[in-house]
Design a protein around this ligand. Structure first.
Ligand code: GLY
Ligand code: MN
Ligand code: MN
Length: 435
């Protein structure tokens, strides 16, 4: 759990990065209609969650550094017994102020009367535009109200500054409490992959493996998947973000599962690829071993002070070398790397940040230079080889084979820690788990 104190510290850290005489406006994510009067399950904006832990829609938080009457102000839905009977309990402003350790909280219905006054005279507004068009428009109206008001003698307001970038820098380095939650998300997800491996039989459908995985997530206390689970049998796994999950699983094919749970707002992201009948064929084993070697080479690169691109380079080298040894590519390895010949088979990069969002926030480059790893960063390592079923340039035995192996890695002072090693990835270990 993230403590009230940690949330307050995050708000303080953000305010310390803001200009003098400024205000940050953070809006809750809008609700989204699924059909007619039913909504998608509500997902709070991760920035809003990061700063407050507050999970209700229809809320706006203001951070106003050095404001005498209080720096942290929330607008949220008022208590309403009738609506609460239908839609669920609301915290309400009075309780929200106490529970979230804020300085002030008001009903959201009063925002038109209160917020423009708080914008008045501010030189900078920190805001993430483009996520909710209606709120973008509303904010412009409030700003116009205070800047175009001829009666007002306040300084004109105000330059808009991107808030996302500041928050991304804070979110990139995980605290001890965050790492604990991500460890739990990783453990649950690893156990779910083991369950799918034990359950898998030819003749089942991809969605049945999805159900096993997601069952394990939710019986373990996770909210659900952190992203739509990918379960691709055979050539379906050549589609990188395949989410239909409707096909039958055939003996002799591999299945690729890319699935991770969300636990208390933090994501895991694991991929394993295994034989549907429990035994790798010779061709599948050959491709698998190249991907596994590439993944291990990349993981071994990670430690503080190393740049972000090193792991990617390591996978490109191992995969290109491996494809040459298998006769899938021909030519000089260095030349093939320079030409990007591997891209036909390995068309994504090896890693992304992981945190509250599965593709988490944080710049990968600073001043056009690859970022240097620091302790507390968390990332995936996920190389793959995907050989299209209709690729006429390779021997038939390789066609339709797709393998990705993905783990979640914490950068530590001493180097790295793999959080997701609760699920096997050595071929013999997978085969014995499935037996
Ligand atoms: N699960 C999506 C990804 O691995 O990036
Ligand atoms: Mn990933
Ligand atoms: Mn993934």
């Amino acid at each position: 759990m993230i403590s009230k104190k940690e949330y307050a510290g995050r708000r303080k850290d953000l305010m310390s990065m803001m200009a003098d005489n400024s205000i940050a406006v953070i809006a809750a994510a809008p609700e989204k209609v699924r059909s007619k009067d039913t909504l998608y399950p509500y997902k709070q904006s991760t920035n809003f969650s990061y700063l407050s832990g507050f999970s209700e829609p229809c809320a706006v938080m203001l951070l106003i550094p050095n404001r005498q009457q209080g720096e942290c102000v929330l607008f949220c839905r008022d208590k309403d017994p009738l609506r609460e009977t239908w839609d669920g309990l609301r915290l309400g402003p009075i309780e929200a102020k106490r529970a979230l350790a804020l300085d002030d909280a008001f009903p959201i219905d009063d925002i038109d009367d209160i917020l423009p006054g708080l914008l008045e005279g501010k030189s900078h507004i920190y805001y993430s535009a483009g996520k909710d068009k209606a709120f973008d428009k509303q904010l412009i109206q409030w700003v116009d109200e205070v800047t175009l008001d001829k009666e007002s003698d306040s300084e004109p307001c105000c330059e808009q500054v991107d808030l996302d970038h500041l928050l991304a820098e804070l979110r990139l380095i995980k605290s001890a409490a965050e790492i604990k939650l991500m460890r739990k998300a990783a453990d649950i997800s690893a156990e779910a992959h083991c369950r799918a491996m034990r359950f898998c039989q030819p003749g089942q459908y991809e969605y049945q493996l999805q159900a096993e995985i997601e069952h394990q997530f939710m019986t373990s206390g996770a909210t659900g998947p952190a992203y739509t689970s990918i379960v691709g049998g055979g050539k379906n796994a050549c589609i990188l973000h395949y989410i239909e999950n409707q096909s039958a699983l055939k003996s002799g094919d591999l299945v690729l599962i890319d699935a991770g749970c969300e636990y208390q707002n933090y994501a895991a992201d694991i991929t394993r690829t295994f034989p549907i009948n429990g035994k790798f064929s010779t061709a599948q084993a050959a491709i698998y071993d190249v991907v596994l070697a590439a993944q291990k080479a990349a993981i071994n690169c990670i430690s503080p002070g190393v740049t972000y691109d090193q792991a990617n380079k390591a996978t490109i080298e191992v995969i290109t070398q491996g494809l040459v040894e298998l006769g899938i590519l021909t030519g000089d390895v260095d030349q093939l790397i320079a030409e990007g010949a591997y891209r036909e088979f390995y068309m994504h990069s090896v890693s992304h940040w992981l945190g509250m969002d599965v593709h988490d926030v944080g710049d990968y480059k600073i001043n056009n230079q690859w970022r240097v790893y620091e302790a507390g960063m968390l990332l995936t390592i996920e190389p793959g080889i995907y050989i299209a079923a209709d690729n006429q340039n390779v021997d038939k035995k390789w066609r339709g084979i797709a393998v990705r192996i993905e783990d979640d890695i914490l950068v530590t002072k001493a180097g790295r820690e793999v959080l997701t090693d609760g699920v096997p990835k050595q071929r013999d270990q997978i085969e014995s788990l499935m037996a």
